[in-house]
Design a protein around this ligand. Structure first.
Ligand code: HEC
Ligand code: HEC
Ligand code: HEC
Length: 141
């Protein structure tokens, strides 16, 4: 028979565990397609530039989802944001960080415009993700 006190202790313990689990799950990557590299090619090909490759996982391990998807307004859709260079240089989208302060500046065209010409807008598997998170390893925070 459990005493009330022990029950209370178990209760507190479980509540603690639930809180830890909640944090883990909120922060835990459902590490599939959403962390793949996103190829963005709404305008690049037409403009004679290579498509943009956005390494999602690389950014994800440095910033929380909220920074980009809430604060900076990136929609959760590959190619779903009308991004162009005027906006970037104006400090929107990628340009909120790629401004020569938080990250290297927009002059480094080839670092973003690195896709194979003709690659359509899409999400594809990230190799960085595999390197950063070997199978079975706990999620990096
Ligand atoms: C540094 C900025 C940044 C961070 C941090 C970030 N994302 Fe993204 N995410 C993007 C960009 C950019 C795209 C592509 C948008 C586009 O193509 O216009 C994207 C696309 C997506 C997509 C759509 C692509 C797909 O798989 O269909 C999902 C879903 C997504 N992000 C989820 C997340 C989640 C969940 C987190 C946090 C765990 C996160 N993102 C963190 C910038 C970010
Ligand atoms: C930080 C990443 C980044 C850098 C650096 C960058 N771009 Fe872009 N650029 C983008 C993104 C994202 C888009 C939207 C891609 C699309 O939808 O095709 C884009 C679109 C474009 C477009 C088509 C839309 C428009 O604005 O006319 C041109 C042209 C372009 N970039 C040229 C350049 C040149 C030239 C440089 C270097 C001086 C450069 N970009 C550097 C991310 C970048
Ligand atoms: C919230 C800030 C933030 C936003 C938004 C952001 N980046 Fe970055 N990005 C970074 C930082 C920080 C680095 C690391 C810079 C360094 O190592 O000096 C980086 C690095 C990169 C790299 C190099 C990855 C590597 O393997 O070295 C690419 C490519 C890149 N960003 C593209 C983009 C594109 C394209 C966008 C917009 C679609 C974007 N970034 C939006 C912060 C951001």
């Amino acid at each position: 028979m459990m005493t009330v006190q022990i029950r209370k202790k178990i209760g507190v313990l479980l509540a603690g565990m639930a809180a830890v689990l909640a944090i883990l799950f909120v922060d835990m990557p459902d590490a599939h397609a959403e962390y793949g590299d996103v190829v963005i090619n709404n305008y690049s090909d037409v403009a004679g530039m290579r498509p943009v490759v956005f390494p999602h996982w690389f950014h994800r391990i440095r910033f929380r989802c909220k920074v980009c998807h809430a604060d900076l307004g990136f929609k959760f859709q590959a190619g779903g944001n009308e991004i162009n260079m005027v906006k970037i240089i104006d400090g929107q989208f990628c340009g909120a960080c790629h401004n020569g302060e938080i990250a290297w500046s927009p002059e480094n065209c080839n670092l973003c415009h690195s896709g194979k010409p003709g690659t359509k807008t899409q999400v594809h598997e990230s190799t960085i993700q595999k390197l950063a998170q070997p199978a079975g390893a706990p999620a990096k925070k």
